[in-house]
Design a binder for this molecule. Structure first.
Ligand code: NAD
Length: 343
């Protein structure tokens, strides 16, 4: 097989507008196990959208966009169904920005010959393939963006804004989460920004700057910025897909605000879709009930859903989209709050 034979069938993105999940979620609600948990989570998310005081934080981990979930998040941003995002470099740079540069993810199989893939510079994520040569262009584009900035420390949010500006100026990435976030003034935080294609690009940038001043990423600034949003929001709700760093980072802002001697409520609503469970004591599977003991998540409107996200997330998002409570919400423009005035 040649490389082009592997990279044939593009992963297509799920469109939550194209099907109405209300009837299946209502039926799930009358059943048991994870179907009922998903119905409860979808209803809690819908309550967040109806609560005019609630700012919604969407946390994304795993390989969601390479698996076809990118358009869901794009449409949630476009329709004011979310107010800020906390995610990983893999999702935001390797997958979203990558596709905005007009590269694709392809359907493959876990049974493939991985040595042959390596020799052809094809990377595999379970049953999908990526052209490593395209990823290198993505790395170098991040480096190019850094080269054109004033040498200084930036929060990942600030740097991702420049990535959105780059796409807009080049008129690329119409369905990109990075681009629509830039256009809608919606912050994206990636606390472990360097652990991705962005890291390769920034390593290249810093190496070539030698003794000159360099662009760097200040993750403390990210934490402070997210904490400022929390302090400025009467209530907050978490929609978490996967787990990992985004889950903990977003939950921790209640404690950070307390340390700054600001009075804030715990996250009032929280739902999580994950395949991790709680038995190993790991963060990704720790329950939202447990998070209450840490003073992070309030009791009563929290729900874990133990399911793989490519199945459960489209149903949850389609339910909320078709319920339509987002129509009463406006863009919260949190980038303007962070860039324009101090609290
Ligand atoms: N995932 C990748 O392909 C990839 C690629 C390059 C870099 N990275 C980097 O690795 C670091 C860790 O990434 P991560 O936080 O995504 O780690 P991860 O992939 O281990 O995901 C964290 C947790 O989320 C849950 N999860 C993941 N996918 C899920 C799914 N489809 N459905 C339900 N639950 C799911 C699992 O419980 C997992 O333990 C990040 O800095 C990221 O940028 C990841």
């Amino acid at each position: 097989m040649e490389k082009k034979d592997y990279l044939k069938r593009e992963v297509e993105h799920i469109d939550i507008k194209s099907f109405n999940a209300i009837p299946i979620i209502e039926q799930f609600d009358k059943t048991a196990f994870q179907a009922r948990n998903l119905a409860r989570a979808a209803k809690i998310y819908d309550r967040m959208l109806s609560d005019k005081d609630c700012s919604i934080i969407l946390c994304l981990a795993g390989s969601l966009f390479s698996a076809g979930l990118r358009k869901i998040v794009h449409d949630m941003i476009e329709n004011n169904m979310v107010d800020m995002i906390v995610s990983t470099g893999a999702i935001i740079v390797d997958q979203d920005f990558f596709e905005a540069l007009e590269f694709k993810h392809f359907q493959g199989t876990p049974q493939s010959d991985d040595n042959e893939l390596m020799e052809m510079m094809i990377d595999r994520i379970y049953d999908t393939y990526i052209d490593e040569e395209h990823l290198r262009i993505c790395d170098m584009t991040v480096s190019e963006i850094a080269n054109n900035l004033e040498a200084a420390p930036y929060s990942s949010r600030e740097f991702i804004k420049f990535m959105g500006k780059y796409l807009k100026e080049k008129d690329m990435g119409k369905e990109s989460v990075v681009r629509i976030s830039y256009e809608k003034n919606l912050p994206i935080f990636v606390p472990a920004f360097s652990d991705s294609s962005a890291g390769f690009g920034l390593v290249y940038h810093q190496w070539n700057r030698k003794d000159k001043l360099k662009v760097s990423i200040d993750s403390v600034k990210d934490f402070l910025e997210l904490t400022k949003i929390k302090v400025n929001s009467k209530e907050t709700g978490l929609v978490m897909i996967g787990g990992g760093v985004p889950k903990n980072f977003a939950q921790d802002v209640t404690v950070a605000a307390e340390i700054l001697e600001k009075t804030v409520n715990m996250h009032k609503y929280a739902v999580q879709i994950t395949v991790a469970d709680e038995r190993d004591g790991g963060l990704s599977g720790s329950t939202l009930k447990e998070a209450h003991s840490w003073g992070k998540v309030d009791e009563g409107s929290e729900q874990m859903v133990f399911s793989e996200a490519t199945i459960a997330f489209p149903l949850l998002a389609s339910y909320a989209y078709h319920r339509g409570n987002w129509k009463k919400r406006k863009s919260k423009n949190f980038n303007t709050l962070l860039d324009g005035k101090e609290i």
